[in-house]
Ligand binder design. Structure first.
Ligand SMILES: [Zn+2]
Length: 172
């Protein structure tokens, strides 16, 4: 799936997180698997060899959860939600990244690739991914209206305040 869709899902999972810092960590956990997509910088070959490997596996998810446990305010809560957010990325990719992207979830211990099959698997550019993204944005706007924050808080709290003010005045 598209990184924004992963981030949106992660930020929604982060809502029980205590502080902005903890919500940022949990949101990051939903995007961090695509760090192996940076292999694109090494060319197409490196990308097809490395994408869905060192970022998209159980150990990377567990390691990031431990990292959040160390740096978060509400440690246990943030570590658990980070692990959930990380795995929402894995499930999202299994669903909506097309059939040529199986995930060896236990890599490097095992290279056994896992994949879903249609109808639980669709292309990256698909109505399913668009629909999911629209639903996630709808949920984010609703939280912006009710609680005065959106995913933009992860990048700019001041821009987020303006966005929430606009949402609240439109929907009021
Ligand atoms: Zn991914």
């Amino acid at each position: 799936m598209h990184p924004f869709t992963h981030a949106a899902a992660g930020w929604l999972i982060a809502q029980p997180g205590g502080s902005l810092r903890d919500r940022k960590l949990i949101t990051a956990a939903a995007v961090i698997p695509d760090v192996d997509g940076l292999a694109i910088l090494g060319g197409g070959d490196a990308y097809s060899r490395l994408h869905h490997t060192f970022g998209h596996n159980l150990w990377a998810g567990a390691a990031f959860a431990v990292f959040t446990f160390v740096v978060a305010r509400r440690r246990f809560n943030t570590a658990v939600l980070s692990f959930v957010a990380f795995n929402s990325h894995i499930v999202g990719d299994l669903l909506g990244s097309g059939e040529d992207w199986p995930i060896p979830y236990f890599w490097p211990v095992s290279s056994r690739p896992y994949s879903f099959v249609p109808p639980f698997q669709w292309e990256l550019v698909s109505w399913q991914n668009i629909l999911i993204t629209v639903i996630l944005i709808g949920a984010i706007v609703r939280i912006g209206y009710k609680r005065g924050r959106t995913i933009v808080e992860c990048v700019s709290p001041s821009a987020d305040r303006s966005i929430c003010a606009a949402i609240q005045s439109r929907l009021a």
